[in-house]
Write a protein that binds this ligand. Sequence first.
Ligand SMILES: Nc1ncnc2c1ncn2[C@@H]1O[C@H](COP(=O)(O)OP(=O)(O)OP(=O)(O)O)[C@@H](O)[C@H]1O
Length: 271
Amino acid sequence: MNSAIQVCGLKKSYDNNKVLNGLDFDIEKGETFALLGVNGAGKTTALECIEGLRKYDSGTITVNGKMGIQLQSSSLPAHIKPMEAVRLFSKWNRAKMDFTMLNALGMKEIEKKQYIQLSTGQKRRLHLALALIGNPDIIFLDEPTAGLDTMGRVSLHEQIRKLKLQGKTIVLASHDMAEVESLCDRIAILNTGNIAFCGTAAELTDKIGETYFIHIKTQQGNSTFETDHIEDTLISLLNDLKQKEIHILDIQVDRGTLEQHFIEMARRETK
Ligand SMILES: Nc1ncnc2c1ncn2[C@@H]1O[C@H](COP(=O)(O)OP(=O)(O)OP(=O)(O)O)[C@@H](O)[C@H]1O
């Protein structure tokens, strides 16, 4: 069986608020899969239904493998020390302490602090360490790098890549498109309770990627032009600059980032 997770017809409402309207998707074993969507799209609700933490109204969810769930912020008692939490979680999971993993996540450096004294990045690393106790096959990360500085993000991304190399299935919800583009094999975009798109970043680019972005640097400054007709726009821009005797210092053409495509998709769906 190659599916780590199968979701069929998943529906969930909070009173009259229909949040999930019949979601269908599969996540393959060993895949890094992202759930994207604007605030309130239902990412956390979907993840928590899969994790078994939230009841759902109808549909089926099949999970093949042991799950490890990264906690949300401030989920631990204020005065617990990181290694106390690790010991507690190890006991619950009847698992041996994996000191290689704990050292890689920098637990040694923070062992004397209480939870309340940890920085956001240190808390995130502790939450990841707790999720990895018991050597799970499937790891859930809900906005794993929100609030982290660049170094914190880079180091957490490294950990996620290492987990992928170990064959783990990783499911994450994120608002960080660059993160998703660099880490994930496939993405699902949640919109108005449905999966608006499920596939690779390249497939998303192909689906909406008629648009080109032309970035021009001149002595007057930098400008970006968006067009669906690359040849005509480029020729007319170059002619215009030539006529005005403006010298081009640099020119680049690309098909946009995942973030630009996501915004475009959300805009189309809400029209
Ligand atoms: N326990 C709850 N009771 C009632 N409504 C809820 C509850 N949890 C979430 N909601 C509502 O369900 C919708 C989806 O929320 P959810 O947290 O799943 O979205 P999200 O995509 O994870 O959002 P964000 O990106 O802001 O974290 C929102 O309208 C939210 O207000």
